[in-house]
Ligand binder design. Sequence first.
Ligand code: BG6
Length: 444
Amino acid sequence: MSKSFSLFILGGTGDLARKKLLPSLSRLFKKGYLQGLDKVYSLARSKREDWEKVACELDEGFGKLCHFIPFDAKDWNSYAELGKVVEKLKGQELIFFLALGPDLFGDAILNLGRLLRNFTNPRKVVIEKPFGYDLESAKRLNSLLERYFIEQEIYRIDHFLGKDTVQNIFSLRFSNLIFEGIWNNHYIDHVQIVALEKVGVGSRGVFYDRVGAIRDMLQNHMLEMLAFTAMEVPARMEEKFIRDEKVKVLKNTSIVKLIRGQYEGYGQEVGREGSKTETFVCAKLLVENFRWHGVSFYLMTGKALKEKLTQITVVFKSVPEGFTSLLDCKPKQNKIVFQTAPESKLQIAFELRPPTGRFIACPVETFMEYKFPSEFEEAYEVLLLDIVEGDQSLFIRGDEVEALWEVVEPYLDRQEEPFMYPQGIPLPEPAREFIRQEGREWLL
Ligand code: BG6
């Protein structure tokens, strides 16, 4: 018999809840993964529409478990009312999902913490990104959480970790000797991690303008992809040891060069002409340890570009010069690409003799591709299931979130003008120039 639990979504009628959480929950429910689920409470100031109906349209059985509770995250009276609901859930595990604006995290944690002191139910608290605004505020949020919850009850979300491709970096590296053996500065020349987006800031303008690409993407998704690519083998394949290794590699990581851009029309779109917030960022990072000394990690992310592309490209060293002169051509460098968008796949590029012609000939680049099959439609399904089952391997630990902030901290809130780029272009020129200066090209 699975343990009984109820889920409380604070910010329960917001975009995240409507577009991601409820659909993911209903799919998991339909597949029979949420046997112990008793109720899903959506907590929000106003109902906006017939909430139960929305949930029922996803799935009738699931919809019957969904309820709406009027709630103001800043007002203690709302928590006192919530207490009356919790009282009826004797012995159940309570999962609180904070799908709120980051300015409400502090109030919600404080008040939930105070409320839950009156109950003995097992509990979990799930926090969306952005976790803090900088290192200082992240530390404050961590110490507030620690006042009321233990780390095993805290789930800090980075939805990229729910993606098959990101998890497969780990599997490919640590379950295959042929890859792990060459995963170091003897064979790898450099690594490119990109997350290019077609969308602009859309309806999130006011929020985004306070945040920018460094806080929105670099500090979390991009650095997590770097951590999975660069971490050492965990002492044991357990959540504690996996997270230990990510913290270790982040502690050795630093940004050595960074440029910021903004798409044309951004200031007008967010209602703040002259805003210096970046919508594009490109950086060179170094990981100073025995494995990675001398290997550059180039990270690039931006909005309002021509195509969506999210991928990690591990680029291997060139074959020796002497060999290329014998062949009278230069074979391309081998590459391993982990792509999450537009497709979820692994691609290996290597050089082979051309299909026609002589034995000694200039080789051609050949690709081997494997599309990751997935049982789940959304990264959130994977993460929600892990929360229910209590597996924290894919969540960010308190010291890890601080290590992530430490990497970007020197580059936050710089007042220099970002370069401007037209919307819809494949890549801004300064980004091309950035890597060209390093004697390299973006491999997109
Ligand atoms: C979010 C960022 O965390 O990730 C957004 O806040 C971004 O700005 C999004 O668009 C990208 O996620 P995905 O899964 O669509 O690549």
